[in-house]
Write a protein that binds this ligand. Structure first.
Ligand SMILES: Cc1cc2nc3c(=O)[nH]c(=O)nc-3n(C[C@H](O)[C@H](O)[C@H](O)COP(=O)(O)OP(=O)(O)OC[C@H]3O[C@@H](n4cnc5c(N)ncnc54)[C@H](O)[C@@H]3O)c2cc1C
Length: 433
């Protein structure tokens, strides 16, 4: 049998259930990835900005090298994903398609459209807890995270084993000698040398994990440091590699367990698993609610806050020119690097919806454009949560940003760092849709 393997949010060979299933069944295989089209939101900005595009391309180059080490290679396709996959399957006479299962409406629709023309096997591989191992059906997901976690943990956190890289089927035609080449978007020059810039791919992802765990023992103090804002060390920074599937949450889980054997378990080592459960939760919420997660009123019947979405407030938020220096610094960091801390995200999101009356969907789309770790489930789930229209029993989750800035940036080091860079590299408000 000749299979087409369609990489989607799973740019890795290790611990990839769909890839392993394909390798067990196929004699020959073609590995493809469909380059995202320059899709835009109705208001105009590109859904994928320069930082994420670069990270994606680096991850593809890394994946191609890994495939080549294993006797195959990666083929890039362009255009509408359904047409591209069906045409590629026809071109290489593939009998069947395999891919990792996605959890958001748009991606599921694409997978189903392929399945309407060709056998298409989709397998779970994006979550820590396999959906079949949950003590309830996804349709009956508890409405509150703590109930979800309690139920999952009560049953015992029995995470499936990490899968090895399988022996890969060979390509139908001989692999060309030269590796994939892509023109990477150029990085902004002039940022300080210690600026956090992420390299895409499984190799840099594992390098980060080994450094954060065994190199600096950051995991042993994660619970105390995770609310930090400046530099590499306060949290794991695994999110971009998780979002692109360069590393699976299960691999991280088993690495945590190995680390605990070496260095000892404590609250912090557990807390990283706790955060991975948050990530799972938002995936299951997306599976449960489908398109509803994009609704203006989220999972509720009415918005919690009046939405004015005044254009001047919107531009001030995007460009980092609000009355809050703390919010501004975070918005500059996002735009200049593609990353923002969790503390920062909570504050700028709360400020946007509760203080400025912005439409959460426009703000979430701004995040989608800039974040290298953009993940539709985590992004939407968190925006709904902060806006008070998601999975939160509390009617309001408004942050006092001034109090937060005094608590989490008491010397103002974070704010002066990013506000200075924001002045050096300003964003023209006229460029904002
Ligand atoms: C408004 C808003 C939007 C967000 N958008 C995204 C997004 O698009 N993609 C994304 O990966 N995360 C998103 N987050 C969650 C969180 O801010 C990031 O996952 C985290 O800051 C990434 O840094 P880290 O890897 O060092 O996290 P760590 O603190 O080291 O946590 C480890 C991992 O746990 C997961 N995690 C931690 N917190 C959360 C959370 N609140 N929700 C879901 N997963 C979590 C992430 O995969 C993260 O990599 C958002 C949060 C908010 C408030």
């Amino acid at each position: 049998m000749r299979a087409l393997y369609w990489f989607r949010e799973d740019l890795r060979l290790l611990d990839n259930p769909a890839l392993t299933a394909m390798a067990e069944q196929a004699d020959e295989a073609v590995f493809v990835f469909v380059m995202p089209e320059g899709r835009q939101w109705s208001r105009g900005e590109e859904r994928m900005g320069v930082h994420r595009r670069r990270f994606m391309m680096e991850s593809l180059l890394d994946l191609d090298l890994d495939l080549r080490k294993n006797g195959n290679h990666l083929v890039l396709l362009e255009g509408n994903p359904v047409e591209a996959i069906l045409q590629a399957a026809e071109k290489w006479n593939c009998d069947t398609v395999f891919s990792q299962r996605c959890h958001t409406a748009e991606e599921i629709r694409t997978a189903e459209a392929v399945a309407a023309s060709l056998p298409h096997h989709t397998l779970e591989g994006a979550t820590l807890v396999h959906p079949e191992d949950l003590p309830f059906a996804v349709a009956d997901l508890p409405e509150i995270f703590s109930r979800f976690r309690n139920k999952v943990e009560k049953r015992g956190l029995d995470i499936r084993d990490e899968l090895f890289v399988p022996a890969l089927p060979s390509p139908p035609t001989k692999t060309s000698e030269s590796a994939l080449s892509l023109e990477l978007p150029i990085r902004l020059t002039g940022l300080p040398d210690d600026t956090m810039l992420f390299d895409g791919g499984a190799v840099p992802g594992w390098k980060r994990l080994n450094h954060y765990f065994w190199g600096m023992q950051g995991l042993s103090e994660y619970k105390q440091t995770r609310n930090g804002m400046l530099g590499w060390d306060y949290s794991s920074k695994f999110s971009p590699w998780l979002a692109w599937g360069c590393i699976s949450p299960r691999s991280i889980y088993h690495a945590i367990r190995r680390y605990e054997e070496d260095e000892g378990a404590n609250d912090s080592t557990y807390w990283l698993i706790f955060e991975l459960l948050w990530r799972d939760y938002f995936r299951f919420v997306a599976s449960q609610h489908g398109k509803r997660i994009w609704h203006a009123t989220g999972l509720k019947e009415a918005p919690r806050n009046p939405v004015s979405h005044h254009p001047l407030q919107w531009k001030a938020w995007c460009t980092g020119n609000t009355r809050s220096a703390f919010v501004n610094a975070n918005m500059h960091e996002l735009r200049l690097t593609g990353f923002m801390s969790n503390r920062g995200r909570q504050n700028v999101a709360s400020y946007a919806v509760h203080d400025l009356g912005l439409d959460w969907r426009a703000c979430a789309a701004w995040f989608e454009h800039w974040l290298i770790d953009f993940d539709p489930c985590s992004n939407t789930g968190n925006w709904l949560y902060v806006a008070g229209i998601g999975n939160d029993p509390r009617p309001q989750r408004k942050f006092d940003v001034e109090w937060q800035s005094e608590r989490y940036d008491p010397q103002g080091a974070f704010q002066s760092h990013w506000n200075r860079l924001g002045e050096i590299f300003p964003l023209d408000p006229n460029q904002i849709p």
